[in-house]
Design a binder for this molecule. Sequence first.
Ligand SMILES: Nc1nc2c(c(=O)[nH]1)N[C@H]1C(S)=C(S)[C@@H](COP(=O)(O)O)O[C@H]1N2
Ligand SMILES: [Mo]
Length: 201
Amino acid sequence: MAFVSRGFRGRPRRDVDPARIPPGQYVVDDFPVLSAGPTPRTETADWSFRIDGEVDDAPTWTWDELMALPQETFTVDIHCVTKWTKLDTTWTGVSIDTLLEGVDTEAEHVVAWCDGDYTTNLPLEDVTGGRAWLVHTFEDEPLGREHGGPARLLVPHLYLWKSAKWVRGLSLSIDDRPGFWEQAGYHNYGDPWREQRYWSD
Ligand SMILES: Nc1nc2c(c(=O)[nH]1)N[C@H]1C(S)=C(S)[C@@H](COP(=O)(O)O)O[C@H]1N2
Ligand SMILES: [Mo]
């Protein structure tokens, strides 16, 4: 009888291409929840999304307006700084490129802000080029509140703390403004392939 040790944390899995796993990470089948505070509840009727800061006219979208934009469904691997990696996660949402269409800015940085106090900073470049989305659906189901529903940022090429849950806006700025975990000692950029976990990495 073939025995496949799925779901055992830290166990090497022979069905996974090691080239997909960043240094120091192990593969999980479950989806851990990591939240720095209580889980906010925002009904979609009260939800809006805003791009503000270094922009002339800050665009906003209601939930219905977000849903009317072109939607993308895509499958990516996600990597948490606490060392778990989850392969082949499928999401649906709107590319940040779509939200930035028509936004004229001198900014080079963004801070994602959320319901609750959480913030995280990224280079503007890293939320463009088809590399970041505002997602509302996970594996064909509405995104659970514990994972950031109704909508979260998803930036899979960086450690998952950059993927702000319950995100409500992006603030564009000329200067870089470290967010919640970045001020607490996490790496400012957070590339899992270069194992940029902490400021000293
Ligand atoms: N608003 C908000 N977003 C957040 C967090 C948080 O505490 N608040 N935690 C971050 C961290 S540290 C991680 S690892 C991921 C965890 O996402 P998950 O709970 O869906 O696994 O969300 C990130 N986004
Ligand atoms: Mo995290």
